[in-house]
Each structure stands twice: as C-alpha cells, then as structure tokens.
Design a protein around this ligand. Sequence first.
Ligand code: CUA
Length: 158
Amino acid sequence: MHVDPYEKFWMYAAGALIVLFASSAVYSAFAQANHPPSHVETIDPTTARTDPRFTELGVVQRADGTVEVVVLAQMFSFMPGEIRVPAGRPVTFRLTSPDVIHGFQIVGTNGNTMVVPGYVSQFTTTFREPGEYLIVCNEYCGLGHHLMYARLIVEEGA
Ligand code: CUA
C-alpha cells in the first residue's frame, strides 16, 4: 500500500503526541501523586449543614496520628476559612456542598477536588513544605465565585 510521505509524517506525529500525552498522565499519577478523587459517599444536600458528619467543621486529630479536615463549601465561602495542619503527616479532607457545585483547589499542591452537592468529596494528601497556601474554588458557582477562597497554613513539626 502506498502512503504519501506527508501523510506518513503526520501519522507518526499524531502517534508520537498520543504517546507523549499518555506518558505525561502516567508520570503525573506516579511521580506527583495526582489521582482522580474516587470516594463515593452520599449525603442529602438539603440537610448537609445539620448532618452529624458536617456539624463539627475544621481540623480533627485522629487517634492514629492522621489529621482530618471537615469543610463545608457553599456560596461563596469555605467554612472554616482558615485551616491549620501539620507538615509531613497525612491529611484527609472531607467536603460537601449544600447548594451548587464548587471546586476545592489547594494552589501549588496536588490537593484538588470537585465538591458536588449530594456527595462527600474525600482525598488524602501530605504537605511536605510548611507555609501558607491559597485555596480557591475552581468551579464557576455564581456571582460571588471569585470571592470564594480560604487559607491553608501548613505548620512545621506540629
Ligand atoms: Cu464556589 Cu466557585
């Protein structure tokens, strides 16, 4: 079968791009621990504010040494607005929304999830670098979307 040289070139170029994109996804998954959040836990959004899982908002130290952070994402704020966690220890975030879809992105880290009403979003990550991080909502949620942010403070040796 005859294939025109230009067509052959673009076939190989398209193939090379697919390999490049697939390898960057594999690299990001293994080297940077970027994974899709896959926790499936439902909650009634109309009663999320009074649900026992979300009445105590903020940071909780668990008996096994890990840290849990419970956050309510709502139009147009995160509750609590300031979160303090220790560096170098696994931190599990649990979030839900009583209204619309929000995002929860800890800028400069691999902490990033959608917050969908009806579900509890959960992910665990470890912050190696102490410092202050900005948390932004990265899903357009209404007129005050750009005002929806919080602060994460990672403390050394806590
Ligand atoms: Cu919440 Cu955008």
